[in-house]
Design a protein around this ligand. Structure first.
Ligand SMILES: Nc1ncnc2c1ncn2[C@@H]1O[C@H](COP(=O)(O)OP(=O)(O)OP(=O)(O)O)[C@@H](O)[C@H]1O
Ligand SMILES: [Mg+2]
Length: 252
């Protein structure tokens, strides 16, 4: 049975999509059948894998109840990695979803045979705790929380953890935090070192050992429609995401 991971943080630009795309590619390279689901109307994960924003079918069809995720999945340029694309129309789901009965479980009801077909499924969430992210957290059993290594890193994390406990209690008792991931870490700065120390002190058991460095190659890879490990396999960003994949697989 496969495991479903939500990559979530309501804060914008902290590295959710970068982590979802590159972790998914590294897991697929480690020989696991992997599915990446783009749940953000910005469609960044879709375009990062060289798919157009108007790809059909897409995740909207799944939330609408017309297709299951495995039916909407399409192959990517990476062997063993499939993608459920997003669409800008998904922005409307934030308004439409709450009107539907059982609206928090739409995605979970659209899983179909995803757990049989894919060992790892990664859900790339939008930067909010709105209905789409709630759907992801109800469908998943693990959450990975990317945390940008900067001054306001801890801000918002308490709120996120409160939301996770609420969802655990009310909607999805199986949900656990797989880990918090420090991203865009600039080891040359005192600030990054201080923030890392502070986050590890606050959440001693939760923070992944692997830290994702700030790395130009990571930032430019999406413009080539490639995961960083295909763009430059030897750069520090690629090494870090390979290590993260090992850590995620080992934590189970
Ligand atoms: N380790 C890194 N080094 C350099 N640039 C990075 C790194 N991680 C992410 N970036 C860049 O930072 C920006 C934000 O990253 P990303 O899109 O992954 O964040 P996000 O949390 O998904 O954003 P959003 O909340 O808008 O969905 C992107 O331009 C991305 O290429
Ligand atoms: Mg994103």
């Amino acid at each position: 049975m496969g495991t479903i991971y939500a990559i979530a943080n309501q804060k914008g630009g902290v590295g959710k999509t970068t982590t979802a795309v590159n972790l998914a590619a590294c897991i697929a390279d480690a020989a696991y059948e992997t599915l990446l689901v783009d749940l953000d109307p910005q469609c960044n994960a879709t375009t990062a894998l060289d798919r157009p924003k108007d790809t059909e079918p897409n995740v909207y069809d799944c939330l609408a109840g017309d297709l299951t995720l495995d039916e909407a999945a399409q192959p990517t340029g990476i062997e063993r990695l499939s993608l459920v694309a997003s669409t800008p129309d998904l922005a409307g789901a934030n308004v439409e979803l709450p009107r539907l009965p059982g609206s928090e479980r739409r995605l979970s009801e659209a899983l179909g045979s995803v757990r049989d077909r894919y060992v790892f499924t990664l859900l790339d969430c939008p930067p909010s705790l709105g209905p789409i992210t709630v759907n992801a957290l109800v469908a998943a059993e693990r959450v990975i929380v990317p945390v940008q290594t900067e001054y306001f890193a801890l801000e918002g994390l308490a709120g996120l953890l409160d939301t996770l406990s609420l969802i655990q209690r009310e909607l999805n008792p199986r949900l656990t935090v797989a880990g918090m991931l420090l991203t865009m870490h600039d080891g040359r700065t005192r600030l990054a070192q201080d923030v890392e120390r502070e986050v590890r002190a606050h959440f001693p058991e939760l923070v992944f050992e692997t830290v994702i460095p700030r790395n130009v190659r990571i930032g430019e890879a999406p413009s080539f429609g490639l995961p960083v490990t295909r763009h430059d396999p030897r750069c520090s960003g690629s090494v870090a995401y390979v290590n993260l994949a090992k850590e995620v697989a080992a934590r189970g």
